[in-house]
Design a binder for this molecule. Structure first.
Ligand SMILES: [Mg+2]
Length: 252
């Protein structure tokens, strides 16, 4: 056994909202904690939530403390439970980002409903957008933002969440930033996810990937269109699926 870097999405990947039964989560927590203690493995949570909503979930589900917290779909990194964002990462994604310019474009679309204030972040503008209108609206925003020369990325997830972030910022690039900082090779890094905003974790490089059995159609479809040996589609759901994948790759 040797150390590895474990990166996981939270909602519907590590945490199963559909059940009160947290047995698999407890087992996974226990094994990861032990691995961290014995081998120096690193635990990273990568979520679309803001840190406010992360701390709510962490308390409710008794999550173990991560070595780094990637929130707001990769636009903020907090290391070792620090209250302050990692400045190196913020500086890296700030280039070419203009939040006001993004808002002046999105203001034109009635279909975009603003997410709560806690989810509006310095490097993220977030909306709810109904799936039926999404294709049309996303295309229009793309066109408008290109006209204005904006360096942005649209991340649409779970048939409802739209996040607009700097182009060089997502969960996958945040993972690579941490991996390089801590000197883990891609083969000793594994990422887990269930939905569209996790595609960045699987698409960015040669890191190992675990797609949980309950993954959303958008992720399953992407996976079948982009097959790769370093990615595993689990049969089991959520934490059970993660355990299955970690054993498949020989990390546990
Ligand atoms: Mg999720």
């Amino acid at each position: 056994m040797s150390q590895f870097m474990f990166v996981t999405d939270l909602d519907n990947t590590l945490v199963n909202h559909g059940t009160e039964d947290d047995k698999a989560l407890q087992e996974l927590n226990q094994r990861l904690s032990q691995h961290r203690q014995e081998y120096g493995s690193k635990i990273v949570y990568a979520t679309g939530r803001s840190s406010v909503l992360y701390y709510q979930l962490a308390a409710e589900k008794k999550l173990i403390e991560p070595d780094a917290l990637v929130v707001a779909v990769g636009t903020e990194i907090y290391i070792n439970s620090s209250d302050n964002v990692d400045r190196d990462w913020s500086a890296q994604i700030a280039t070419g980002w203009n939040r006001n310019a993004v808002v002046s474009i999105t203001d034109k679309f009635n279909e975009l409903k603003s997410q709560p204030d806690t989810e509006q972040r310095p490097f993220k503008v977030s909306f709810f957008l109904e799936e039926s209108a999404s294709e049309r609206i996303l295309k229009k925003i793309e066109t408008e933002s290109q006209k204005c020369g904006l360096n942005i990325k649209l991340i649409y997830s779970s048939g409802i969440d739209l996040d607009i972030v700097p182009r060089n910022s997502d969960k996958g690039q945040a993972m690579q930033f941490l991996r390089q900082k801590w000197k883990f090779v891609a083969e000793q890094t594994v990422a887990c996810g269930d939905s569209g905003n996790d595609i960045a974790l699987f698409a960015v490089g040669k890191e190992r990937g675990i797609i949980v059995g309950n993954a959303r159609p958008e992720l399953i479809q992407w996976h079948s269109e982009n097959p790769a040996d370093n990615r595993y589609l689990a049969k089991n759901t959520c934490a059970d699926g993660i355990l299955e994948g970690l054993k498949h790759f020989g990390f546990l």
